[in-house]
Write a protein that binds this ligand. Structure first.
Ligand code: CMP
Length: 142
């Protein structure tokens, strides 16, 4: 799978998740992601559907909505769609673009490959997921 790697590598360098990677690792990641632009209002993920990809937001903002309630707003450097890829269950929420946005889309098989090969990626994602859990706990239990 060959993509526009030089441009994607420049994009990856600005994403915290991939900071600290050397050129060879960045080239490898670039070959496993796909750049995509979306318009404001586009539904990127639909609650209840089965998911086959996740994404890292590069530009713009999206909102996370579950049963009509807004759970969070995500911005550049944030990722979404990882839950269904990890547990194979339906999407827990919908993701809607609030502004024109740019994404790095990662298909399921590439996601599993990157989790296994990119140093620190699984740990950084886990920290972010724990952060989201804490935010929900604080919201509902305090
Ligand atoms: P997934 O369930 O695959 O699809 C919906 C996505 O919304 C989910 O993965 C997470 O990436 C994201 N998401 C779900 N709940 C939250 C939350 N409370 N805060 C931020 N993002 C969330």
């Amino acid at each position: 799978m060959l993509r526009d790697s030089p441009h994607t590598v420049e994009v990856l360098k600005k994403v915290d998740l991939f900071s600290g990677l050397n050129q060879q690792q960045l080239d490898d990641v670039a070959n496993h992601v796909e750049e995509m632009r979306v318009q404001a209002g586009e539904v990127l993920v639909s609650q209840g559907e089965y998911g086959h990809e996740c994404a890292v937001l590069i530009e713009g903002t999206v909102r996370v909505e579950r049963d009509g309630t807004v759970l969070a707003h995500l911005g550049p450097g944030d990722f979404f769609g990882e839950m269904s890829l990890l547990d194979g269950k339906p999407r827990s929420a919908s993701i809607i673009a609030e502004t024109p946005s740019a994404l790095l889309v990662i298909h399921g098989r590439d996601f599993r490959y990157l989790l296994d090969t990119v140093p620190g990626l699984a740990r950084m994602m886990l920290i972010e997921v724990v952060d989201r859990l804490r935010a929900l706990e604080e919201h509902f239990i305090s």
